[in-house]
Design a binder for this molecule. Structure first.
Ligand code: ADP
Ligand code: MG
Length: 679
């Protein structure tokens, strides 16, 4: 076994108990220990004279213990020790809680470095529970690690120190090839690991840090490149693309330039002999469905079946209708969802198996049930962010390496989509169909309710329809408007003269469909709903979106919601109601009022929330990063990307001996996060 894989228990100073604590921090092996990076450093290299301190400072004081440490246990589980420290400029009182070891270590007349926050108490300087170092100790900077109860900073530092000793004895290689280190002026792995934990100077730490950020992004990019290769397999599916012209002439509108380009991208992919793996990324309402329809048409006209998966049943049904309308009687569209009766399902499956069904639209049912395709050629996944990378590949397995098209409305800052969807080729639809109007958006507090209701009534009287979205279904959380009771209240009071409908995720699929159908038909004028309406629903006559407790939603989610209106030629509105206090909350809603551009909103979201949240929730199947920050380290990211391409071009599967450690790191990064399997 390699030293890197040794269990933490074999590190000096780690017994069973500590091993348990370390595992809590995700440290299971020597590898994990040396890659557990500090989040900050305490500076012991610069000392401040006591007389120059300011109350509230966090500082390092070099001083002599002026009297024996006194104190002890004051009650069960609680001890206090006191002494004073002097440095010739002034005197500082020291209080130590619950740390007998530290109290015993301090000797009268000896000099130490005390690091901590200083306060002024009754006219005297005071420091409580400082970190203490010997002045001749050669650790000028103290790493600060995320800790867990029962494991002190000092203990963890010592454990990591021991792990580093093992590492530098046995793991002397470097996973970044020497020529790339030279090209990008990166320090050696051993230097980097030593100096990220125990830097001699902050400059050394910065050099180490840059190398480790590069390394992490480099490993990530190499992994993505492997995934991409893995996806891009030869396919025997041959597509005649000429027929698409017939489809385009059927369309009731002129395609935008961006739509044309996306369709061309797909058709070109069909010609390569490799299976397509393409993401079509475009803001809500940019017209992604037509792009998918063109690809499905080409496939069906070449004798293959196409499948389209949607995240919800409502959306699947709507897609099926849209596609059938676009295709007319030229193609047979079959719907397969969990909501069908047993008999309907049986017939649908029969048609899918014998090839009568040329286009199949469905939900997860397409994956989970025993659906046999006659000749599956293309899989389209709508709203990719709802599906994991894994589900995507499961459907791929149903056919003979079918082509894959993913559609996403999550506007990700352009540069980042390269990384997130690194395993896919990307077409961006960055143009809205002509005649779309800006949706006027306002952020107000709940004192505006009467005026909002009056505005809603005015629009309904003019024959338009509106949505009111609430964050919760039932009254479980206080302060949150629940869709159920709110719909009841509105229909009894402010909107007693109007037809109010209710839609939420806990309703049966049948009921939901009925409500959506009624809303689409204009039977329902005002729809009170939870975010089930978020995705894809298209009712052009709906011109107002009111969102209650808007602070509860992510910016991109609000943008998606807003995209449900403004689908026709009428002027449309979005009103965000929130009583949340605080600057960030206000800034977030303000960002939505200012722009309708999903990419700008994504940028704002990223800035205000930080990438941690943005990429959180394993939605993208992207590994969690330890040290790199996708936003701040953008430049390094580009370099790491170029470097990874260089390596992969030379060794596409990372099989060469010199890339052994690199491959190992890639597998670790992806495995640890349960991300897509790599092989
Ligand atoms: P999304 O990208 O959000 O999935 P859709 O495909 O649902 O958008 O399209 C939104 C609406 O715009 C649909 O009603 C569709 O028919 C219409 N549409 C799509 N492309 C065009 C176009 N080029 N010109 C006019 N309307 C279009
Ligand atoms: Mg759509």
């Amino acid at each position: 076994m390699r030293t890197r894989d040794m269990d933490v228990q074999y590190i000096k100073g780690v017994g069973e108990k500590r091993a348990v604590l370390l595992r809590k921090l995700g440290i299971n092996s020597v590898w994990d220990a040396v890659h557990y990076y500090p989040r900050a450093y305490l500076d012991f290299s610069v000392c401040t004279p006591i007389a120059s301190l300011q109350p509230g400072d966090t500082a390092c004081v070099r001083g002599v213990v002026g009297c024996p440490v006194s104190g002890g246990m004051i009650r069960q589980g609680m001890s206090i020790y006191k002494t004073v420290v002097t440095d010739g400029s002034d005197v500082m009182h020291l209080t130590i809680f619950n740390n007998k070891f530290l109290a015993q270590r301090l000797r009268e007349g000896e000099t130490y470095l005390f690091y901590g926050k200083v306060t002024r108490q009754y006219g005297a300087w005071e420091m409580t529970n400082p970190l203490v170092e010997d002045p001749d100790g050669n650790v000028p900077f103290h790493p600060v690690y995320p800790l867990t109860a029962g494991l002190s900073a000092r203990q963890l530092s010592q454990i990591i120190h021991q792990a580093l000793l093992l590492w530098s004895r046995d793991e002397t290689g470097d996973l970044i090839p020497a020529d790339i280190r030279r090209q990008y002026q990166l320090s050696h792995a051993l230097f980097a690991l030593k100096n990220i934990h125990e830097p001699a100077t902050m400059h050394d730490m910065e050099v180490a840090r840059r190398r480790l950020i590069f390394e992490e992004l480099f490993v990530l990019q190499c992994g993505m490149a492997l995934l991409r290769r893995h996806n891009r397999t030869k396919t025997r599916i041959r597509v005649q693309t000429g027929s698409v012209r017939d489809f385009l002439t059927r369309l009731p509108f002129e395609l935008t330039g961006a739509q044309k380009r996306a369709i061309d991208d797909c058709l070109r992919d069909f010609q390569t002999g490799d299976s397509m793996n393409r993401l079509v990324q475009g803001d809500v309402g940019s017209g992604k469905t037509v792009v998918a329809a063109a690809a499905l048409w080409a496939m069906a006209k070449s004798g293959y079946q196409g499948a389209m998966m949607a995240p919800t049943e409502i959306l699947a049904k709507q897609h099926a209708q849209t596609l059938q309308t676009l295709f007319g009687d030229a193609l047979q569209v079959t719907l397969l969802t969990g909501g069908l009766t047993a008999k309907q399902k049986r017939i649908a499956k029969q048609h899918i198996a014998d090839g009568t069904a040329q286009i199949v639209v469905g939900t997860h049912a397409l994956l989970t049930e025993d659906v046999q395709f006659h000749a599956l050629g293309l899989v389209v996944t709508d709203e990719q962010h709802r599906f994991g990378v894994r589900q995507r590949s499961t459907l791929g397995e149903k056919g003979d390496t079918p082509h894959v098209l993913v559609m996403s409305a999550t506007p990700i800052p352009r540069t980042l989509s390269l990384i997130i969807y690194g395993d896919l080729d990307v077409s961006v639809i960055d143009e809205l169909p002509k005649g779309r109007q800006k949706i006027s958006t306002y952020a107000v507090d709940s004192s505006f309710h009467p005026r909002v209701y009056a505005f809603v009534r005015k629009l309904l009287d003019a024959g338009r329809q509106a949505y009111i979205v609430c964050p919760a279904v039932e009254e479980t959380e206080t302060d949150l408007l629940s869709a159920v009771s709110y719909a009841k209240e509105l229909s009894e009071r402010e909107f007693s003269a109007y037809r109010v409908g209710l839609l939420h995720g806990k309703m049966k699929p049948k009921e939901k469909q009925q409500v959506m159908a009624d809303f689409a038909a204009g039977e329902i004028q005002l729809l009170v709903a939870t975010t089930v309406i978020e995705v894809g629903i298209d009712v052009p006559n709906a011109v107002l979106m009111v969102v209650e407790n808007a602070e509860r939603f992510g910016l991109s989610q609000l943008h998606q919601l807003r995209g449900r209106v403004g689908r026709g030629s009428e002027k449309s509105y979005c009103i965000l109601i929130s009583d949340a206090q605080g600057e960030t909350a206000a800034q977030r809603l303000e960002a939505l009022c200012k722009t309708n551009d999903g990419f700008q909103i994504a940028d704002a979201d990223l800035r205000l929330r930080g990438p941690g949240d943005f990429f959180g929730a394993r939605q993208h199947g992207l590994p969690q990063l330890q040290i790199a920050d996708l936003l701040q380290d953008m430049e390094t990211l580009q370099q790491a990307r170029a470097a990874s391409q260089q390596v992969i071009a030379d060794d596409p599967r990372l099989q060469k001996e010199i890339h052994k450690d690199l491959k190992d790191a890639v597998v670790r990064l992806f495995q640890k996060n349960g991300a897509a399997a790599l092989n």
